[in-house]
Design a binder for this molecule. Structure first.
Ligand code: FAD
Length: 333
C-alpha cells in the first residue's frame, strides 16, 4: 500500500431521525485540530435521508467539506448499507485519518469498514495526537484500565479510531466559516443478508442524559443503599443537577446503568462533580477527571479520589451532604 496517496481527515457524522449527534460535533472539533496540525482538510461524511439542511452546521463546527450520502435506505441505521457508503467515500477521498463516535452505531460500523478496507482500528480512544512523523497516536485504556496504551497504524491507511461521546470537545460554533458541500451518488447493492427496517418505534421516553448535566452528584458504594441515595437527590434537586454513580453502586442495583460514570459507563465533563462515597478507582476517574471542579466526600482520608479532587472533605457523607443541602437552601431562600 502506498500510504502517501492518503491525505486529509474524515469524520463519520452520525444522525438519528435527522438529528446530528453531539459526538460527531466533538469529533469535528478534534478532527479540525488534527487537520490543522497536518496541514490538510477536514471532511464531514454524513449518510442519511433528506439531511441536506445539516451541512451549514457541520461547516460551522469545523468541516472544510461536507459529503452528503442521501438515500431512503440510509434513513435508519442498518449495518450493510452504511458500511457500503462509508467504505466507498473513504476509497474515493483517501483520507489518512478516519474518526467514528464509539456509540452503538459507530461500534458496529467502524470495525466492518476497517475490515473491508484492510486497515486497523483502535476502539474507545481517550486521546488522539500526531507524532513527529505524522502518525496518529491513538491512546486508550488497556488491561482493565490499569495502563494507557498508545497505538499506531504505520503501514496501512486510513488510520481509524472510535472515540466515546464526551471525551473530545467541540469547537465554538462559527457561522462565518465557509466550506464545500457535495452529494455523493448512492447506489446500494442489495444482498440477501440485508436487514429490512419495517418500522421505527421509539420505546424509551427521551430522558435526561448525565453527559448533558452541568452539575452531577455522584454516589458510590459508600452510600450504602438505594434508599440512602435520597440525600444525593435532595442536593441535586436543590442545585439543579443530576445524580450519577460509580459502577459499584450501579452493580448493586441502586441506579440505572445509563447513570454510570467511568470507563465502562459514560465520560462526563460537568462544571461541578460531587464524588460521594467513591474511592476513586482508575476506571471511575477516567470518566470524570475532566470535570471543571471536583468535590469529594469520603470518610477515608487516604482515598484515591482526593488525588483528583479540587476540594476534599473527610467525613461521613450521610452527615455532611444534608448540611451542604441545608446551607444552599438557606442561600437560595
Ligand atoms: P469502593 O471502591 O468500594 O469505594 C467506596 C468508598 O466509599 C470508599 O473509599 C470508602 O472509604 C467510602 N465510604 C464508605 N462509607 C462512607 C461514608 N459513610 N461516607 C463517606 N465515604 C464512605 N467503576 C466505575 O465507577 N465506573 C466504570 O465505568 C468502571 N469500569 C470498570 C471497568 C473494568 C474493566 C474494571 C475492572 C472495573 C471497572 N470499574 C468501574 C470498577 C472500579 O474498579 C471500582 O471497583 C469501582 O469504581 C468502585 O466503586 P466505589 O468507589 O463506589 O466503591
Amino acid at each position: 500500500m502506498d500510504i502517501s496517496n492518503y491525505k486529509g481527515v474524515l469524520v463519520f457524522v452520525e444522525q438519528r431521525r435527522g438529528e446530528i449527534q453531539n459526538v460527531s460535533l466533538e469529533l469535528l472539533g478534534k478532527g479540525r485540530k488534527i487537520a490543522d496540525e497536518l496541514g490538510v482538510s477536514l471532511i464531514a461524511a454524513i449518510p442519511g435521508y433528506k439531511i441536506n439542511n445539516s451541512s451549514n452546521l457541520l461547516v460551522a463546527y469545523g468541516a472544510d467539506k461536507v459529503v452528503i450520502m442521501d438515500h431512503e435506505d440510509l434513513e435508519t441505521y442498518t449495518t450493510e448499507p452504511y458500511t457500503q457508503v462509508m467504505t466507498e467515500i473513504i476509497e474515493r477521498e483517501k483520507p489518512e485519518v478516519v474518526l467514528f463516535g464509539a456509540t452503538s452505531i459507530g461500534r458496529d460500523l467502524a470495525p466492518r469498514v476497517s475490515a473491508r478496507l484492510g486497515t486497523g482500528l483502535t476502539a474507545d480512544c481517550t486521546s488522539l495526537d500526531i507524532s513527529e512523523d505524522r502518525l496518529l497516536m491513538m491512546t486508550r485504556p488497556a488491561f482493565g484500565g490499569n495502563i494507557m496504551a498508545t497505538i499506531v497504524c504505520p503501514d496501512h491507511r486510513p488510520q481509524m479510531s472510535t472515540v466515546r461521546p464526551g471525551v473530545m470537545t467541540k469547537m465554538e460554533r462559527d457561522p462565518s466559516r465557509t466550506g464545500d458541500v457535495v452529494q455523493m451518488p448512492v447506489s446500494l447493492e442489495k444482498n440477501p443478508m440485508c436487514v429490512e427496517v419495517l418500522k421505527f418505534e421509539q420505546v424509551m421516553e427521551a430522558k435526561q442524559d448525565i453527559q448533558d448535566a452541568k452539575i452531577l452528584v455522584s454516589g458510590g458504594r459508600g452510600i450504602g443503599s438505594k434508599e440512602n441515595f435520597e440525600v444525593l437527590y435532595d442536593l441535586s434537586d436543590t442545585i439543579g443537577g443530576m445524580v450519577s454513580a460509580s459502577r459499584a453502586a450501579v452493580d448493586s442495583g441502586w441506579l440505572d446503568p445509563s447513570h454510570q460514570v467511568g470507563q465502562t459507563g459514560k465520560t462526563v465533563r460537568p462544571d461541578l462533580y460531587f464524588a460521594c462515597g467513591i474511592s476513586g478507582a482508575i476506571q471511575h476517574v477516567a470518566g470524570m477527571e475532566e470535570a471543571e471542579l471536583i468535590i469529594a466526600i469520603n470518610k477515608d482520608k487516604g482515598s484515591k479520589i482526593f488525588e483528583v479532587a479540587d476540594l476534599g472533605v473527610v467525613g461521613d457523607v450521610h452527615k455532611i451532604l444534608p448540611l451542604v443541602t441545608e446551607e444552599i437552601k438557606k442561600i437560595n431562600a
